[in-house]
Write a protein that binds this ligand. Structure first.
Ligand SMILES: Nc1ncnc2c1ncn2[C@@H]1O[C@H](COP(=O)(O)OP(=O)(O)OP(=O)(O)O)[C@@H](O)[C@H]1O
Ligand SMILES: [Mg+2]
Length: 398
């Protein structure tokens, strides 16, 4: 608890919870005041209060198994709802409005013994993997949803999802029953999204079968539009030079500053990105931003699937020390081309230090022509227009 004032023999303490962390950031000037964010923060503070010490016991009652394939995919489980778990929150708004920032303050301060914050797309990939493994052991006729929900709920009574989005029919088919089972187990959901629940999976084949999920979300989670007036990310990244030449100590300091500006913290932490039974080592990450040295990203045998996982997990990459490329280090150049293609397709933003400007990175040799598109994309990725585009996640880029 943070002491703010002492008077006589009484000691007053600041209201604990995300609101004091938010106010501290306003006070230090790290965040600009924004009435829409303040209103959303009030709501998060109320949820924080309702969730203090929230620790629902495991669901003992067996979840009934609806029969038939469609019943199992879309049907309602008859698990009795847990008595009055607090209603979650779904922050929806345009890009860069501060949704993830607010949710992260809430998540960091939440006094819930079992809590998880995940990128929604990563959560769904994990869910499919676990269903697949479960079916391999128990066969196709067994219903994988109840045990999956049991294990997710055992790990987290509070699940915070960043960038909630549904584009995949495979996701749409399991979401209704999975979330119903999670709510029945008392799991509370907080999410950020660019799409209101009513508009999820819009215009896609199979939408009708998805409607019960939308109704379920609206019942268990309050939808809160965050209509902040400014795109703060755009302002931050617009003011940042994104390509630093040469890759010297000054460039490194500029990349340190960019990382701090984009994440609100001087340093990130190493993390492991799960991918099909293995992990990608991310040397430094925080709040949707990853930092790699060129050799950590392109000097190791990473392939398209790895770059795709990185491009989906992070909206911005900070990349140190891109060298001159040519036939002598063609393996690295080829990986760099794949990596940039993927980042570009997913509208990831790039801040880098390099031996030269993009169009001089690969000047000689038989494959120089192949690099032209990469150089052109790198140039475009520095433009204001590109930097204002939203990060694409969980959908096949056009
Ligand atoms: N009030 C503010 N003042 C200054 N910077 C802010 C403010 N709110 C948010 N930011 C910063 O703006 C950037 C974008 O915020 P954030 O990532 O939370 O947006 P978002 O709404 O989640 O966007 P997206 O929909 O693209 O995920 C972050 O670096 C964040 O710290
Ligand atoms: Mg966000």
């Amino acid at each position: 608890m943070q002491l703010v004032e002492e008077s006589d023999s009484k000691t007053k303490v600041a209201a604990p919870g995300p609101i004091s962390a938010y106010q501290a950031k306003l006070g230090s000037g790290e965040l600009a005041p924004d009435p829409a964010q303040a209103a959303a923060m009030e709501r998060l503070q109320a949820l924080w209060q309702a969730l203090r010490g929230y620790d629902p016991p495991p669901l003992e009652a067996a979840v009934a198994k609806p029969s038939g394939l469609l019943g199992r995919l879309f049907g309602r489980s008859s698990a009795p709802p847990r008595s009055d778990p607090p209603r979650g929150l779904y922050l929806v708004g345009e890009v860069g409005r501060g949704k993830s920032m607010l949710m992260d303050l809430f998540f960091e301060t939440a006094e819930v013994p079992r809590k998880q914050r995940l990128h929604f797309h990563a959560f769904m990939q994990q869910a499919h993997r676990r269903i697949h493994c479960w079916k391999q052991v128990h066969g196709d006729s067994a219903d994988p949803i109840p045990p999956l929900a049991d294990s997710i709920a055992a790990d987290a009574a509070l699940l915070c999802f960043d960038e909630f989005q549904v584009h995949d029919i495979a996701d749409a088919m399991i979401l209704g029953r999975l979330f119903e089972a999670l709510f029945a187990r008392g799991t509370v959901i907080v999410a950020t999204s660019n799409t209101a629940p009513d508009d999820l999976f819009k215009g896609q084949p199979g939408r009708d079968a998805f409607l019960p999920f939308i109704a379920l979300i609206n019942r268990h989670v309050e939808v809160w539009p965050l209509v902040a007036v400014r795109d703060y990310r755009r302002e931050r990244i617009r003011s940042l030079p994104t390509w630093h030449v040469p890759a010297d100590g000054r460039a490194e300091a500029a990349l340190d500053a960019a990382f701090a500006e984009l994440t609100g913290q001087a340093r990130g932490a190493p993390m492991e990105l799960p991918l099909l039974g293995r992990v990608i080592e991310v040397p430094e990450a925080a709040r949707g931003v990853a930092r790699f040295d060129f050799n950590q990203l392109c000097g190791k045998p990473l392939g398209p699937a790895d770059y795709l996982a990185i491009a989906e997990a992070f909206h911005t990459l900070v990349l140190d020390n891109i060298p001159r490329l040519g036939p002598e280090n063609f393996d690295k150049a080829r990986r760099f081309i794949t990596c940039i293609d993927t980042l570009y397709e997913y509208r990831c933003k790039l801040v880098a230090s390099a031996a030269s400007p993009p169009d001089q990175l690969y000047e000689r040799g038989t494959n120089a022509a192949m690099f032209e598109r990469t150089a052109s994309r790198l140039a475009e990725m520095q433009s204001q227009e590109y930097r204002a585009l939203p990060h694409l996640v969980g959908q096949s880029p056009a």
